[in-house]
Design a protein around this ligand. Structure first.
Ligand code: BDP
Length: 605
């Protein structure tokens, strides 16, 4: 169990939330000696930047955009005296990739992992009815002992530089909201829900964790605010008559109110919207509420102009509108857990989410997506440091599942993206990771990982761990692109025939396929990178998808163009977007829309 509560911050009759978003004082620690220089008490200078945001794209200097090391944030907060006697927490939606939190000069905690929330207990450190100083040191260096994996090199002139083993820009900083919470001494710490459907009715199996022994009561309200069910005690079953189910693109959300009582006094209250639904895999089918579903949608990124990977509420809204327009019903949170607000929106809009932990770059190469084809051996899981990586990875899985388990939109966990599965050493690693996720999830959702191009029958040692076989495939792009596309199709079918021959009795899903396309480029006849070629590529790929019954979904790479490290394969970023980075359609968007609007939800049953 985590040492702090992961519940999303909400004001209720007993809780108070104060947003710390806005302008923070900011300083880049070029010498890396901030502690020695007294930054925990006061950071130097008067530069201010917005939170939430990545710090990289505001500035005009390349050495800031590429900076690897420590950056410092500072903000003052007034703590009212009425909050005496409460637990006071600072909550960071994320700090990429590691952080140390100081209040009034005193170090409160450290956290590693750049895409999940953490809480600093500042109850003892604050001064009441006074201004308090919050200082946060954020470090963005990449290592092979933390996820996502990469390395930090030192250039001949002494400058440090991040070398990601993954294909997205190493945006960092305080990229999500920061809040200050006042929570009662005895409080609701966590809860787990699972659903069982019985005819018209539903049973909600629940477990509530609190920090004390007082009595717990639950109340379930429907969308009109009418009582739909109630229950007493920390664990049990709540019966919902004539339950309205959470369905794909037709969400129904109940409001669950959890309260701790001392007699008739409410000690703590937490409120969350929940959706009643079941999810499971049976044979080659993915079943939502017992009925087969076919996934259509995207691998995405949190990525936009100016704020980088910072949570951008406007971009989130636009993305959902585009996904509805194009007829998508799902997305994967490639390659890290997204901001919590995105899951809340998916809950409301009825989108299916494959929730991915930031285990990407577990393949020792700067361009693993290219080198996977060359047969190069990397033996990633045989490093001396592998146990440390495994520890960080498991911790991130625990944080992810604890944070996201009660979202109806989350239908599967993706535990790794494109790891090196070619050596036996990967097997015990996978075993631990998959067993942990299974144990932590009361709903026992399907678990998966995205297989890199060379993870094929005969080579991949780990696909058996997956409940859904998720393939990232680039036949017609990295393999035999352009005029060789007919050969790409042959090779693609050959691989799919090999999977078919294994008769795994599991659903397959394409978690990636796509072709880089410049938004302005037209060419008749087509060449690679033109809009015409992206369409040709999709026509070929779709035909292959439709030839195999066990393929139960397609999530194209990528929803939108996104920023990467600069290099000869990337033109100011990855251009596989169906939409541009500014969220306007490429030609392929119309082709996909045509297809997806027609595909029934239970396509291929
Ligand atoms: C896959 C990766 C993804 C890359 C993509 C690509 O999972 O992060 O962006 O290929 O090459 O290898 O576009």
């Amino acid at each position: 169990m985590l040492e702090y509560s992961m519940l999303y911050p909400k004001s209720t009759v007993t809780r108070r939330v104060f947003s710390m978003d806005g302008m923070w004082k900011f300083h880049i620690d070029r010498q890396g000696d901030g502690e020695k220089e007294g930054y925990p008490n006061k950071i130097p200078g008067f530069d201010y930047i917005p939170v939430p945001a990545s710090f990289q794209d505001f500035y005009t200097q390349k050495e800031i955009r590429e900076f690897a090391g420590d950056v410092w944030y500072e903000k003052e907060i007034f703590v009212p005296k009425e909050w005496k006697g409460k637990n006071l927490f600072l909550r960071f939606g994320a700090a990429t990739h590691r952080a140390a939190v100081y209040v009034n000069g005193k170090k409160i905690m450290e956290h590693e992992g750049g895409f999940l929330p953490f809480l600093a207990d500042v109850t003892e450190a604050v001064l009441y009815n006074a201004v308090n100083k919050v200082v946060v040191k954020v470090n963005n260096e990449l290592t092979v002992t933390n996820i996502p994996c990469g390395e930090t090199i030192t250039l001949p002139d002494g400058t440090k530089m991040n070398k990601p083993y993954f294909d997205f820009f190493n945006y960092s900083g305080l990229q999500r909201s920061v809040s200050f919470l006042a929570v009662p001494k005895e409080y609701i710490f966590d809860f787990d829900l699972d659903y069982e459907l019985a005819g018209e009715d539903a049973k909600i199996h629940y477990d509530i964790q609190t920090t004390g022994e007082h009595h717990v009561r639950l109340l379930l309200l429907d969308e009109e605010g009418k009582q739909a069910a109630q229950a007493e005690g920390k664990s049990g079953i709540m019966e919902v008559k004539n339950a309205r189910l959470w369905q794909v693109r037709q969400a129904y959300l109940y409001r669950l109110i959890i309260r701790i009582y001392d007699g008739e006094t409410i000690l703590d209250e937490y409120v969350q919207e929940i959706g009643i639904r079941t999810i499971k895999v049976e044979g080659t089918s993915i079943l939502l509420n017992g009925k087969p579903i076919y996934l259509r949608g995207f691998g995405k990124h949190e990525d936009s102009d100016i704020v980088g990977r910072g949570f951008n509420i406007g971009v989130m809204k636009r993305d959902f509108e585009l996904m509805k327009w194009i007829g998508a019903n799902s997305f994967r949170t490639a390659h890290y857990p997204y901001s919590e607000e995105i899951y809340q929106m998916a809950d409301r809009e009825g989108f299916l989410v494959i929730d991915e932990v930031a285990a990407v770059g577990l393949f020792e190469s700067l361009m693993n997506f290219m080198e996977a084809n060359t047969g190069k051996k990397t033996a990633f899981f045989e490093k001396e440091t592998t146990p440390l990586l495994l520890k960080a990875h498991k911790r991130a899985i625990e944080e992810l599942i604890t944070r996201d388990k009660n979202h109806p939109c989350v239908i599967a966990w993706s535990l790794l993206n494109e790891p090196d599965t070619s050596s036996e050493a990967a097997v015990p690693y996978f075993k631990e990771v998959f067993e942990l996720a299974h144990r932590l999830d009361k709903q026992k959702r399907p678990k998966t990982f995205a297989l890199i191009m060379n993870s094929v029958p005969g080579v991949c040692k780990c696909y058996q761990f997956s409940d859904i076989i998720a393939l990232n495939r680039y036949y017609g792009w990295y393999v035999k692109g352009g005029y060789e596309i007919s050969e790409a199709e042959v090779l693609f079918r050959k691989e799919m025939d090999a999977w078919k021959a294994l008769d795994l009795k599991k659903p397959f899903l394409f978690t990636e396929y796509g072709a880089d396309t410049l938004g302005m480029e037209h060419k008749l006849p087509s060449v690679m990178w033109s809009q015409e070629y992206q369409d040709e590529y999709l026509k070929m790929t779709n035909e292959v998808f439709d030839s195999y019954d066990f393929i139960k979904g397609e999530q194209i790479w990528n929803f939108a163009d996104f920023q990467t490290t600069e290099g000869i394969l990337r033109v100011n970023g990855n251009k596989k977007g169906v939409f541009t980075r500014q969220r306007q359609p490429k030609d392929a968007a119309y082709l996909l829309r045509e297809r997806w609007k027609k595909l029934p939800l239970d396509f291929k049953g």
